[in-house]
Design a protein around this ligand. Structure first.
Ligand SMILES: Cc1cc2nc3c(=O)[nH]c(=O)nc-3n(C[C@H](O)[C@H](O)[C@H](O)COP(=O)(O)OP(=O)(O)OC[C@H]3O[C@@H](n4cnc5c(N)ncnc54)[C@H](O)[C@@H]3O)c2cc1C
Length: 531
Protein backbone atom coordinates (compact mmCIF):
# COMPACT_ATOMS: atom_id res chain seq x y z
CA UNK A 1 0.00 0.00 0.00
CA UNK A 2 1.40 3.42 -0.91
CA UNK A 3 -1.30 5.60 0.63
CA UNK A 4 -4.30 5.56 2.98
CA UNK A 5 -7.41 7.71 3.17
CA UNK A 6 -10.98 7.69 4.44
CA UNK A 7 -12.61 8.02 1.01
CA UNK A 8 -11.08 7.23 -2.34
CA UNK A 9 -13.06 8.82 -5.19
CA UNK A 10 -12.64 7.17 -8.60
CA UNK A 11 -12.91 9.91 -11.24
CA UNK A 12 -12.97 13.69 -10.98
CA UNK A 13 -16.03 14.49 -13.06
CA UNK A 14 -18.18 17.30 -11.66
CA UNK A 15 -20.10 14.83 -9.46
CA UNK A 16 -16.92 13.29 -8.10
CA UNK A 17 -15.64 16.78 -7.29
CA UNK A 18 -18.91 17.80 -5.64
CA UNK A 19 -18.97 14.59 -3.60
CA UNK A 20 -15.34 15.03 -2.53
CA UNK A 21 -16.05 18.61 -1.38
CA UNK A 22 -18.94 17.48 0.85
CA UNK A 23 -16.97 14.53 2.23
CA UNK A 24 -14.01 16.77 3.08
CA UNK A 25 -16.37 19.25 4.76
CA UNK A 26 -17.55 16.37 6.99
CA UNK A 27 -13.96 15.82 8.11
CA UNK A 28 -13.03 12.86 5.89
CA UNK A 29 -9.58 12.55 4.34
CA UNK A 30 -10.31 12.34 0.63
CA UNK A 31 -8.15 11.28 -2.32
CA UNK A 32 -9.44 11.53 -5.92
CA UNK A 33 -7.93 9.64 -8.82
CA UNK A 34 -8.76 10.84 -12.34
CA UNK A 35 -7.66 9.03 -15.50
CA UNK A 36 -7.58 12.16 -17.68
CA UNK A 37 -4.95 14.87 -17.28
CA UNK A 38 -7.65 17.43 -16.47
CA UNK A 39 -10.48 17.27 -13.93
CA UNK A 40 -14.11 17.77 -14.97
CA UNK A 41 -15.05 14.62 -16.90
CA UNK A 42 -17.67 15.62 -19.49
CA UNK A 43 -17.72 19.22 -18.19
CA UNK A 44 -14.39 20.57 -19.45
CA UNK A 45 -13.04 23.36 -21.65
CA UNK A 46 -10.15 22.46 -23.97
CA UNK A 47 -8.31 23.89 -26.95
CA UNK A 48 -9.44 21.98 -30.04
CA UNK A 49 -7.83 24.10 -32.80
CA UNK A 50 -4.87 26.47 -32.38
CA UNK A 51 -6.21 29.59 -30.62
CA UNK A 52 -9.76 28.20 -30.25
CA UNK A 53 -11.13 26.76 -26.98
CA UNK A 54 -14.57 25.45 -26.18
CA UNK A 55 -16.51 23.09 -23.93
CA UNK A 56 -15.52 19.66 -25.22
CA UNK A 57 -18.66 17.64 -24.39
CA UNK A 58 -21.34 19.22 -22.20
CA UNK A 59 -21.95 22.74 -23.52
CA UNK A 60 -24.81 24.57 -21.76
CA UNK A 61 -25.92 25.14 -18.14
CA UNK A 62 -29.30 24.93 -16.47
CA UNK A 63 -29.48 21.86 -14.29
CA UNK A 64 -26.57 22.78 -11.96
CA UNK A 65 -28.25 22.78 -8.57
CA UNK A 66 -28.42 26.14 -6.75
CA UNK A 67 -27.54 24.47 -3.42
CA UNK A 68 -24.41 22.97 -4.96
CA UNK A 69 -23.48 26.37 -6.45
CA UNK A 70 -23.87 27.97 -3.01
CA UNK A 71 -22.29 25.26 -0.86
CA UNK A 72 -19.25 24.93 -3.13
CA UNK A 73 -18.87 28.72 -3.45
CA UNK A 74 -18.68 28.41 -7.24
CA UNK A 75 -19.47 32.10 -7.74
CA UNK A 76 -16.65 33.10 -5.37
CA UNK A 77 -14.33 30.84 -7.35
CA UNK A 78 -15.15 32.82 -10.50
CA UNK A 79 -18.11 31.01 -12.07
CA UNK A 80 -20.36 33.30 -14.12
CA UNK A 81 -23.32 32.01 -16.09
CA UNK A 82 -24.90 34.25 -18.71
CA UNK A 83 -28.49 33.56 -19.65
CA UNK A 84 -29.30 33.08 -23.31
CA UNK A 85 -31.18 36.13 -24.69
CA UNK A 86 -33.95 33.68 -25.57
CA UNK A 87 -34.07 29.90 -25.38
CA UNK A 88 -34.20 28.67 -28.94
CA UNK A 89 -34.15 29.75 -32.56
CA UNK A 90 -35.46 27.28 -35.15
CA UNK A 91 -34.95 27.98 -38.83
CA UNK A 92 -37.77 26.22 -40.69
CA UNK A 93 -37.97 24.33 -43.98
CA UNK A 94 -40.09 26.96 -45.72
CA UNK A 95 -37.56 29.73 -45.07
CA UNK A 96 -39.34 30.99 -41.95
CA UNK A 97 -38.23 30.72 -38.36
CA UNK A 98 -39.51 30.67 -34.79
CA UNK A 99 -37.91 32.09 -31.64
CA UNK A 100 -38.97 30.74 -28.25
CA UNK A 101 -38.18 32.22 -24.85
CA UNK A 102 -37.19 35.66 -23.65
CA UNK A 103 -40.47 36.11 -21.78
CA UNK A 104 -44.00 34.79 -22.16
CA UNK A 105 -45.29 37.72 -24.20
CA UNK A 106 -42.44 37.53 -26.71
CA UNK A 107 -42.98 33.77 -27.11
CA UNK A 108 -46.72 34.22 -27.51
CA UNK A 109 -46.14 36.79 -30.25
CA UNK A 110 -43.87 34.36 -32.08
CA UNK A 111 -46.12 31.34 -31.67
CA UNK A 112 -49.14 33.45 -32.63
CA UNK A 113 -47.62 33.87 -36.12
CA UNK A 114 -48.32 30.15 -36.60
CA UNK A 115 -51.41 29.58 -34.46
CA UNK A 116 -53.40 31.97 -32.31
CA UNK A 117 -54.78 28.99 -30.39
CA UNK A 118 -51.28 27.69 -29.59
CA UNK A 119 -50.24 31.13 -28.36
CA UNK A 120 -53.25 31.26 -26.06
CA UNK A 121 -52.50 27.80 -24.65
CA UNK A 122 -48.87 28.62 -23.79
CA UNK A 123 -49.40 30.08 -20.28
CA UNK A 124 -51.34 26.99 -19.17
CA UNK A 125 -48.78 24.69 -20.81
CA UNK A 126 -45.89 26.31 -18.96
CA UNK A 127 -47.84 26.33 -15.68
CA UNK A 128 -48.84 22.64 -15.89
CA UNK A 129 -45.31 21.57 -16.90
CA UNK A 130 -43.87 23.60 -14.06
CA UNK A 131 -46.09 21.86 -11.49
CA UNK A 132 -44.65 18.51 -12.60
CA UNK A 133 -41.11 19.94 -12.82
CA UNK A 134 -41.57 21.09 -9.22
CA UNK A 135 -42.32 17.48 -8.23
CA UNK A 136 -38.98 16.50 -9.77
CA UNK A 137 -37.21 19.43 -8.13
CA UNK A 138 -38.62 18.28 -4.79
CA UNK A 139 -37.14 14.80 -5.27
CA UNK A 140 -33.74 15.85 -6.59
CA UNK A 141 -31.92 16.22 -3.30
CA UNK A 142 -33.62 13.18 -1.73
CA UNK A 143 -32.11 9.73 -1.57
CA UNK A 144 -34.58 7.40 -3.31
CA UNK A 145 -36.15 4.72 -1.11
CA UNK A 146 -34.19 1.56 -1.66
CA UNK A 147 -36.22 -1.50 -2.55
CA UNK A 148 -35.67 -4.10 0.13
CA UNK A 149 -34.25 -1.47 2.49
CA UNK A 150 -35.17 -0.86 6.11
CA UNK A 151 -37.09 1.70 8.12
CA UNK A 152 -35.23 4.66 6.56
CA UNK A 153 -36.39 3.55 3.14
CA UNK A 154 -39.98 3.13 4.21
CA UNK A 155 -39.86 6.70 5.51
CA UNK A 156 -38.35 7.95 2.24
CA UNK A 157 -41.03 6.14 0.23
CA UNK A 158 -43.72 7.67 2.42
CA UNK A 159 -42.16 11.15 2.00
CA UNK A 160 -41.97 10.88 -1.81
CA UNK A 161 -45.50 9.47 -1.95
CA UNK A 162 -46.84 12.17 0.38
CA UNK A 163 -45.58 14.95 -1.93
CA UNK A 164 -47.16 13.31 -4.95
CA UNK A 165 -50.37 12.66 -3.09
CA UNK A 166 -50.67 16.33 -2.17
CA UNK A 167 -50.99 17.28 -5.86
CA UNK A 168 -54.41 17.98 -7.40
CA UNK A 169 -55.78 15.14 -9.55
CA UNK A 170 -54.97 16.96 -12.81
CA UNK A 171 -51.31 17.28 -11.82
CA UNK A 172 -51.20 13.59 -10.82
CA UNK A 173 -52.45 12.71 -14.30
CA UNK A 174 -49.78 14.94 -15.85
CA UNK A 175 -47.08 13.25 -13.76
CA UNK A 176 -48.24 9.82 -14.89
CA UNK A 177 -48.38 10.91 -18.54
CA UNK A 178 -45.04 12.69 -18.56
CA UNK A 179 -43.35 9.61 -17.16
CA UNK A 180 -44.90 7.22 -19.64
CA UNK A 181 -46.25 8.65 -22.92
CA UNK A 182 -44.38 10.01 -25.95
CA UNK A 183 -43.39 13.64 -26.33
CA UNK A 184 -45.42 13.76 -29.55
CA UNK A 185 -48.58 12.56 -27.76
CA UNK A 186 -48.02 15.09 -24.97
CA UNK A 187 -47.41 17.99 -27.37
CA UNK A 188 -50.23 17.02 -29.75
CA UNK A 189 -52.64 17.45 -26.84
CA UNK A 190 -51.53 21.02 -26.41
CA UNK A 191 -50.56 22.46 -29.76
CA UNK A 192 -51.51 22.32 -33.45
CA UNK A 193 -48.59 24.04 -35.21
CA UNK A 194 -45.47 22.05 -36.13
CA UNK A 195 -42.79 24.67 -35.24
CA UNK A 196 -43.73 25.00 -31.55
CA UNK A 197 -44.03 21.22 -31.22
CA UNK A 198 -40.55 20.87 -32.77
CA UNK A 199 -39.13 23.46 -30.42
CA UNK A 200 -40.42 21.76 -27.27
CA UNK A 201 -40.05 18.23 -28.67
CA UNK A 202 -36.32 18.69 -29.30
CA UNK A 203 -35.71 18.35 -25.54
CA UNK A 204 -37.18 14.84 -25.72
CA UNK A 205 -34.45 13.57 -28.06
CA UNK A 206 -31.44 15.29 -26.47
CA UNK A 207 -29.23 12.39 -25.42
CA UNK A 208 -32.07 9.98 -26.08
CA UNK A 209 -31.83 7.43 -28.88
CA UNK A 210 -35.55 7.46 -29.57
CA UNK A 211 -38.17 8.99 -31.77
CA UNK A 212 -40.23 11.76 -30.14
CA UNK A 213 -43.11 9.36 -30.91
CA UNK A 214 -41.67 6.67 -28.60
CA UNK A 215 -43.36 5.93 -25.27
CA UNK A 216 -41.32 7.42 -22.43
CA UNK A 217 -39.78 10.25 -24.49
CA UNK A 218 -41.94 12.84 -22.69
CA UNK A 219 -39.88 12.17 -19.54
CA UNK A 220 -36.65 13.26 -21.27
CA UNK A 221 -38.42 16.50 -22.24
CA UNK A 222 -39.30 16.99 -18.57
CA UNK A 223 -35.73 16.17 -17.45
CA UNK A 224 -34.54 19.20 -19.42
CA UNK A 225 -36.88 21.70 -17.78
CA UNK A 226 -36.21 21.24 -14.06
CA UNK A 227 -33.17 23.53 -14.06
CA UNK A 228 -32.67 27.26 -13.75
CA UNK A 229 -30.13 30.00 -14.46
CA UNK A 230 -29.49 32.72 -11.90
CA UNK A 231 -32.83 31.94 -10.24
CA UNK A 232 -34.88 31.83 -13.47
CA UNK A 233 -36.64 28.47 -13.66
CA UNK A 234 -36.32 26.52 -16.91
CA UNK A 235 -33.68 28.88 -18.39
CA UNK A 236 -30.43 27.77 -20.02
CA UNK A 237 -27.18 29.70 -20.12
CA UNK A 238 -23.53 29.93 -21.13
CA UNK A 239 -20.80 29.37 -18.52
CA UNK A 240 -18.18 32.02 -19.21
CA UNK A 241 -14.95 30.17 -20.01
CA UNK A 242 -16.98 27.12 -21.06
CA UNK A 243 -18.24 24.24 -18.91
CA UNK A 244 -14.71 23.74 -17.60
CA UNK A 245 -15.22 26.93 -15.59
CA UNK A 246 -17.69 24.99 -13.43
CA UNK A 247 -15.33 22.12 -12.72
CA UNK A 248 -12.26 24.34 -12.26
CA UNK A 249 -14.25 26.26 -9.63
CA UNK A 250 -15.15 22.93 -8.00
CA UNK A 251 -11.49 21.84 -8.11
CA UNK A 252 -10.46 25.05 -6.32
CA UNK A 253 -13.05 24.44 -3.60
CA UNK A 254 -12.01 20.78 -3.25
CA UNK A 255 -8.37 21.75 -2.88
CA UNK A 256 -9.27 24.46 -0.37
CA UNK A 257 -11.01 21.75 1.66
CA UNK A 258 -7.89 19.58 1.60
CA UNK A 259 -8.89 17.02 -1.06
CA UNK A 260 -5.87 15.43 -2.77
CA UNK A 261 -6.49 15.22 -6.51
CA UNK A 262 -4.32 12.99 -8.69
CA UNK A 263 -4.81 13.37 -12.43
CA UNK A 264 -3.39 11.20 -15.22
CA UNK A 265 -3.92 8.06 -13.11
CA UNK A 266 -6.59 5.45 -13.76
CA UNK A 267 -8.08 2.97 -11.31
CA UNK A 268 -7.71 -0.59 -12.63
CA UNK A 269 -9.50 -2.48 -9.85
CA UNK A 270 -11.44 -2.03 -6.63
CA UNK A 271 -9.93 -4.06 -3.81
CA UNK A 272 -12.51 -6.19 -2.01
CA UNK A 273 -12.27 -8.48 1.00
CA UNK A 274 -15.11 -10.28 2.75
CA UNK A 275 -17.79 -8.33 0.89
CA UNK A 276 -16.23 -4.95 1.64
CA UNK A 277 -14.32 -2.44 -0.54
CA UNK A 278 -11.08 -1.38 1.08
CA UNK A 279 -9.13 0.43 -1.60
CA UNK A 280 -8.10 0.45 -5.24
CA UNK A 281 -5.29 -0.66 -7.52
CA UNK A 282 -4.14 1.92 -10.04
CA UNK A 283 -3.22 1.20 -13.68
CA UNK A 284 0.47 1.46 -12.69
CA UNK A 285 0.01 -1.21 -10.01
CA UNK A 286 0.10 1.15 -7.01
CA UNK A 287 -2.49 0.51 -4.33
CA UNK A 288 -4.39 3.02 -2.24
CA UNK A 289 -6.08 1.81 0.93
CA UNK A 290 -9.36 3.49 1.83
CA UNK A 291 -12.08 3.05 4.40
CA UNK A 292 -14.56 3.50 1.57
CA UNK A 293 -14.50 3.80 -2.22
CA UNK A 294 -16.79 6.20 -4.08
CA UNK A 295 -17.11 5.79 -7.85
CA UNK A 296 -17.85 8.62 -10.25
CA UNK A 297 -17.45 6.18 -13.15
CA UNK A 298 -20.31 4.90 -15.31
CA UNK A 299 -22.08 1.96 -13.56
CA UNK A 300 -20.94 -0.53 -16.20
CA UNK A 301 -17.38 0.82 -15.98
CA UNK A 302 -17.55 0.20 -12.22
CA UNK A 303 -18.64 -3.36 -12.94
CA UNK A 304 -15.39 -3.86 -14.87
CA UNK A 305 -13.40 -2.61 -11.87
CA UNK A 306 -15.05 -5.40 -9.87
CA UNK A 307 -14.28 -8.23 -12.32
CA UNK A 308 -13.02 -10.49 -9.51
CA UNK A 309 -16.16 -10.06 -7.38
CA UNK A 310 -18.66 -12.69 -8.53
CA UNK A 311 -22.33 -12.79 -7.59
CA UNK A 312 -25.91 -12.57 -8.82
CA UNK A 313 -25.68 -8.77 -8.34
CA UNK A 314 -23.71 -8.53 -11.60
CA UNK A 315 -26.57 -9.43 -13.95
CA UNK A 316 -28.75 -6.29 -13.60
CA UNK A 317 -25.64 -4.11 -13.96
CA UNK A 318 -24.72 -5.96 -17.16
CA UNK A 319 -28.22 -5.22 -18.48
CA UNK A 320 -28.05 -1.52 -17.60
CA UNK A 321 -28.98 0.28 -20.85
CA UNK A 322 -26.52 2.86 -22.08
CA UNK A 323 -26.66 4.46 -25.51
CA UNK A 324 -27.69 8.02 -26.31
CA UNK A 325 -26.65 8.03 -30.01
CA UNK A 326 -24.96 11.41 -29.77
CA UNK A 327 -22.22 12.93 -31.90
CA UNK A 328 -20.53 16.05 -30.59
CA UNK A 329 -18.44 18.43 -32.67
CA UNK A 330 -16.65 21.71 -32.04
CA UNK A 331 -15.91 24.00 -34.96
CA UNK A 332 -13.65 27.05 -35.27
CA UNK A 333 -15.38 29.64 -37.45
CA UNK A 334 -14.01 32.55 -39.47
CA UNK A 335 -17.39 34.30 -39.25
CA UNK A 336 -20.86 33.89 -37.79
CA UNK A 337 -23.40 31.80 -39.70
CA UNK A 338 -25.88 33.80 -41.72
CA UNK A 339 -29.27 32.11 -41.67
CA UNK A 340 -31.46 32.37 -44.77
CA UNK A 341 -34.41 32.69 -42.39
CA UNK A 342 -32.87 35.65 -40.51
CA UNK A 343 -30.15 37.26 -42.66
CA UNK A 344 -27.17 39.09 -41.19
CA UNK A 345 -23.60 38.15 -40.24
CA UNK A 346 -23.27 40.63 -37.37
CA UNK A 347 -23.89 39.10 -33.93
CA UNK A 348 -27.62 39.16 -33.15
CA UNK A 349 -29.60 37.65 -30.24
CA UNK A 350 -30.43 34.48 -32.17
CA UNK A 351 -26.69 33.74 -32.50
CA UNK A 352 -26.47 33.50 -28.68
CA UNK A 353 -29.50 31.21 -28.28
CA UNK A 354 -29.80 27.46 -28.84
CA UNK A 355 -30.10 27.11 -32.61
CA UNK A 356 -32.06 23.96 -33.43
CA UNK A 357 -31.88 22.46 -36.86
CA UNK A 358 -34.82 20.05 -36.67
CA UNK A 359 -37.91 21.77 -38.04
CA UNK A 360 -40.60 19.25 -37.03
CA UNK A 361 -41.32 16.17 -34.93
CA UNK A 362 -41.71 14.24 -38.20
CA UNK A 363 -38.15 15.26 -39.12
CA UNK A 364 -36.91 13.97 -35.74
CA UNK A 365 -38.77 10.71 -36.21
CA UNK A 366 -37.10 10.25 -39.64
CA UNK A 367 -33.67 10.98 -38.13
CA UNK A 368 -34.26 8.21 -35.59
CA UNK A 369 -35.56 5.71 -38.16
CA UNK A 370 -32.67 6.31 -40.55
CA UNK A 371 -30.14 5.83 -37.71
CA UNK A 372 -31.84 2.61 -36.66
CA UNK A 373 -31.59 1.30 -40.22
CA UNK A 374 -28.23 2.66 -41.30
CA UNK A 375 -26.30 3.46 -38.13
CA UNK A 376 -26.53 7.23 -38.30
CA UNK A 377 -28.90 9.90 -39.57
CA UNK A 378 -27.99 11.25 -42.98
CA UNK A 379 -30.04 14.34 -42.05
CA UNK A 380 -29.26 14.65 -38.35
CA UNK A 381 -30.90 16.68 -35.62
CA UNK A 382 -28.42 19.42 -34.69
CA UNK A 383 -28.37 21.97 -31.92
CA UNK A 384 -25.73 24.67 -32.32
CA UNK A 385 -24.52 27.11 -29.67
CA UNK A 386 -22.02 29.87 -30.41
CA UNK A 387 -20.66 30.74 -26.95
CA UNK A 388 -18.02 33.12 -28.36
CA UNK A 389 -20.84 35.62 -29.01
CA UNK A 390 -20.99 36.20 -25.24
CA UNK A 391 -17.46 35.12 -24.23
CA UNK A 392 -14.35 36.60 -25.85
CA UNK A 393 -12.01 34.17 -24.05
CA UNK A 394 -12.77 31.34 -26.48
CA UNK A 395 -11.69 32.54 -29.93
CA UNK A 396 -9.43 35.20 -31.50
CA UNK A 397 -11.11 38.58 -32.09
CA UNK A 398 -13.59 38.42 -34.98
CA UNK A 399 -13.59 34.62 -35.07
CA UNK A 400 -15.97 32.25 -33.27
CA UNK A 401 -16.42 28.76 -31.85
CA UNK A 402 -19.60 26.72 -32.14
CA UNK A 403 -20.74 23.63 -30.26
CA UNK A 404 -22.70 21.16 -32.37
CA UNK A 405 -24.74 18.56 -30.50
CA UNK A 406 -26.12 15.96 -32.88
CA UNK A 407 -28.57 13.03 -32.81
CA UNK A 408 -28.79 10.18 -33.92
CA UNK A 409 -25.47 8.35 -34.29
CA UNK A 410 -25.40 4.80 -32.99
CA UNK A 411 -22.55 3.42 -30.95
CA UNK A 412 -22.37 0.19 -32.96
CA UNK A 413 -22.59 0.55 -36.73
CA UNK A 414 -24.16 -2.24 -38.82
CA UNK A 415 -22.40 -4.48 -41.37
CA UNK A 416 -18.98 -4.37 -39.72
CA UNK A 417 -18.58 -0.63 -40.38
CA UNK A 418 -16.49 1.30 -37.84
CA UNK A 419 -16.47 4.84 -36.46
CA UNK A 420 -12.76 5.16 -37.18
CA UNK A 421 -13.64 4.84 -40.89
CA UNK A 422 -16.86 6.91 -40.87
CA UNK A 423 -16.11 9.71 -38.38
CA UNK A 424 -15.32 12.38 -41.02
CA UNK A 425 -18.21 11.37 -43.30
CA UNK A 426 -20.66 11.73 -40.40
CA UNK A 427 -19.14 15.10 -39.47
CA UNK A 428 -19.54 16.24 -43.09
CA UNK A 429 -23.27 15.34 -42.90
CA UNK A 430 -23.60 17.54 -39.81
CA UNK A 431 -21.88 20.46 -41.56
CA UNK A 432 -24.19 19.99 -44.57
CA UNK A 433 -27.21 20.02 -42.30
CA UNK A 434 -26.23 23.39 -40.78
CA UNK A 435 -25.33 24.73 -44.23
CA UNK A 436 -28.87 23.97 -45.44
CA UNK A 437 -30.06 26.71 -43.11
CA UNK A 438 -26.96 28.96 -43.10
CA UNK A 439 -25.31 28.81 -46.55
CA UNK A 440 -22.02 30.49 -45.47
CA UNK A 441 -21.44 27.93 -42.68
CA UNK A 442 -19.45 25.27 -44.54
CA UNK A 443 -17.04 27.80 -46.01
CA UNK A 444 -16.44 29.44 -42.64
CA UNK A 445 -15.14 26.31 -40.86
CA UNK A 446 -11.42 26.68 -40.03
CA UNK A 447 -11.07 23.51 -37.97
CA UNK A 448 -13.11 20.90 -36.15
CA UNK A 449 -12.96 18.22 -33.48
CA UNK A 450 -15.42 15.37 -33.84
CA UNK A 451 -16.46 13.02 -31.04
CA UNK A 452 -18.46 10.01 -32.19
CA UNK A 453 -20.17 7.80 -29.57
CA UNK A 454 -17.05 5.60 -29.64
CA UNK A 455 -14.83 8.65 -29.01
CA UNK A 456 -17.05 9.71 -26.08
CA UNK A 457 -16.49 6.26 -24.59
CA UNK A 458 -12.74 6.26 -25.25
CA UNK A 459 -12.19 9.82 -24.03
CA UNK A 460 -14.55 10.08 -21.05
CA UNK A 461 -15.42 6.46 -20.19
CA UNK A 462 -19.05 6.99 -21.24
CA UNK A 463 -20.03 3.38 -21.89
CA UNK A 464 -21.92 3.05 -25.19
CA UNK A 465 -21.29 6.79 -25.69
CA UNK A 466 -24.25 7.59 -23.42
CA UNK A 467 -24.03 11.26 -22.39
CA UNK A 468 -26.11 10.63 -19.24
CA UNK A 469 -24.24 7.51 -17.94
CA UNK A 470 -27.28 5.41 -18.97
CA UNK A 471 -30.70 5.86 -20.48
CA UNK A 472 -33.30 7.97 -18.66
CA UNK A 473 -36.05 5.40 -18.95
CA UNK A 474 -38.58 4.54 -16.27
CA UNK A 475 -36.75 1.27 -15.49
CA UNK A 476 -33.57 3.25 -14.76
CA UNK A 477 -34.90 6.18 -12.73
CA UNK A 478 -35.24 7.08 -9.03
CA UNK A 479 -35.10 3.87 -6.88
CA UNK A 480 -34.21 1.92 -10.03
CA UNK A 481 -31.12 4.00 -10.91
CA UNK A 482 -28.80 2.39 -11.70
CA UNK A 483 -30.62 -0.83 -10.76
CA UNK A 484 -33.40 -1.75 -8.38
CA UNK A 485 -31.95 -2.57 -4.96
CA UNK A 486 -29.09 -0.04 -5.30
CA UNK A 487 -30.98 3.24 -5.67
CA UNK A 488 -29.52 4.74 -2.49
CA UNK A 489 -25.95 5.27 -3.81
CA UNK A 490 -24.77 2.10 -1.99
CA UNK A 491 -23.30 -0.47 -4.34
CA UNK A 492 -23.20 -4.24 -3.88
CA UNK A 493 -20.07 -4.20 -1.67
CA UNK A 494 -20.11 -2.59 1.76
CA UNK A 495 -18.14 0.65 1.68
CA UNK A 496 -18.63 1.08 -2.09
CA UNK A 497 -20.76 3.97 -3.40
CA UNK A 498 -21.81 5.47 -6.73
CA UNK A 499 -21.73 9.29 -6.98
CA UNK A 500 -22.01 9.82 -10.76
CA UNK A 501 -24.81 10.36 -13.24
CA UNK A 502 -25.62 6.65 -13.18
CA UNK A 503 -27.24 7.36 -9.80
CA UNK A 504 -30.38 9.41 -8.99
CA UNK A 505 -31.33 11.87 -10.49
CA UNK A 506 -29.33 10.91 -13.57
CA UNK A 507 -27.37 12.84 -16.17
CA UNK A 508 -26.72 16.49 -16.74
CA UNK A 509 -24.35 18.88 -15.04
CA UNK A 510 -26.30 18.98 -11.78
CA UNK A 511 -23.85 18.06 -9.00
CA UNK A 512 -26.80 16.32 -7.36
CA UNK A 513 -25.69 12.65 -7.40
CA UNK A 514 -22.40 13.80 -5.87
CA UNK A 515 -24.20 15.85 -3.22
CA UNK A 516 -26.63 13.06 -2.28
CA UNK A 517 -24.05 10.29 -2.32
CA UNK A 518 -21.78 12.22 0.08
CA UNK A 519 -24.69 12.47 2.54
CA UNK A 520 -25.11 8.65 2.52
CA UNK A 521 -21.36 8.04 2.91
CA UNK A 522 -21.20 10.41 5.89
CA UNK A 523 -24.29 8.75 7.39
CA UNK A 524 -22.55 5.33 7.21
CA UNK A 525 -19.35 6.76 8.71
CA UNK A 526 -21.33 8.15 11.63
CA UNK A 527 -22.95 4.74 12.19
CA UNK A 528 -19.51 3.07 12.10
CA UNK A 529 -18.19 5.52 14.70
CA UNK A 530 -21.13 4.78 17.00
CA UNK A 531 -20.79 0.99 16.71
C1 LIG B 1 -21.50 15.29 -25.58
C2 LIG B 1 -22.19 15.64 -24.29
C3 LIG B 1 -22.99 16.77 -24.22
C4 LIG B 1 -23.66 17.07 -23.03
N1 LIG B 1 -24.33 18.25 -22.93
C5 LIG B 1 -24.81 18.63 -21.73
C6 LIG B 1 -25.26 19.96 -21.53
O1 LIG B 1 -25.17 20.80 -22.41
N2 LIG B 1 -25.75 20.28 -20.29
C7 LIG B 1 -25.81 19.38 -19.27
O2 LIG B 1 -26.28 19.73 -18.17
N3 LIG B 1 -25.36 18.11 -19.44
C8 LIG B 1 -24.83 17.74 -20.63
N4 LIG B 1 -24.28 16.50 -20.79
C9 LIG B 1 -24.39 15.53 -19.69
C10 LIG B 1 -23.37 15.83 -18.60
O3 LIG B 1 -22.21 16.38 -19.15
C11 LIG B 1 -23.01 14.57 -17.84
O4 LIG B 1 -24.19 13.92 -17.39
C12 LIG B 1 -22.17 14.91 -16.63
O5 LIG B 1 -21.10 15.77 -16.98
C13 LIG B 1 -21.62 13.66 -16.02
O6 LIG B 1 -20.90 14.03 -14.86
P1 LIG B 1 -20.35 12.95 -13.87
O7 LIG B 1 -19.50 13.66 -12.90
O8 LIG B 1 -21.47 12.14 -13.35
O9 LIG B 1 -19.47 11.98 -14.77
P2 LIG B 1 -18.30 12.28 -15.81
O10 LIG B 1 -18.28 13.69 -16.21
O11 LIG B 1 -18.45 11.26 -16.89
O12 LIG B 1 -16.99 12.00 -14.98
C14 LIG B 1 -16.53 10.70 -14.68
C15 LIG B 1 -15.04 10.80 -14.53
O13 LIG B 1 -14.54 9.56 -14.08
C16 LIG B 1 -13.31 9.31 -14.76
N5 LIG B 1 -13.08 7.87 -14.69
C17 LIG B 1 -13.88 6.88 -15.16
N6 LIG B 1 -13.33 5.69 -14.89
C18 LIG B 1 -12.17 5.92 -14.24
C19 LIG B 1 -11.15 5.09 -13.70
N7 LIG B 1 -11.22 3.74 -13.78
N8 LIG B 1 -10.09 5.66 -13.10
C20 LIG B 1 -10.00 7.01 -13.00
N9 LIG B 1 -10.93 7.86 -13.50
C21 LIG B 1 -12.00 7.31 -14.11
C22 LIG B 1 -13.56 9.82 -16.15
O14 LIG B 1 -12.35 10.07 -16.83
C23 LIG B 1 -14.35 11.10 -15.85
O15 LIG B 1 -13.49 12.19 -15.68
C24 LIG B 1 -23.56 16.20 -21.93
C25 LIG B 1 -22.72 15.08 -22.00
C26 LIG B 1 -22.03 14.81 -23.16
C27 LIG B 1 -21.11 13.64 -23.21
Amino acid sequence: MTDRCDALVIGAGHNGLACACYLAAAGLRVVMVERREVVGGAAVTEEFHPGFRNSTASYTVSLLNPKVIRDLRLGEHGLTVVERPFANFLPLDDGGHIKVGGGLEATQREVGRFSRRDAERLPEYYARLDVVADVLRGLLLETPPNIGGGIHDLFRAWKAGRNLNALPLQAKRDVLDLFTISAAQWLDRWFESAPIKACFGFDAVVGNFASPCAAGSAYVLLHHVFGEVNGKKGSWGHAIGGMGAITQAMRREAEARGVAIRTGQGVARVLAREGRAHGVVLDNGDEIAARCVVSNAHPRALLRLLSDVPGAWREPFEHYQSESATLRMNVALAELPEFSALPGRAAAPHHSSGIIMAPSLAFMDRAFTSARERGWSQEPIVEMLIPSTVDDSLAPAGAHVASLFCQHFRYALPDGRTWDEEREQAADAVIEQVTRFAPNFKGSVLGRRVLTPLDLEREFGLVGGDIFHGKLTLNQLFSARPVLGHGDYRMPLKGLYLCGSGAHPGGGVTGVPGHNCAREVVRDFKKLRKS
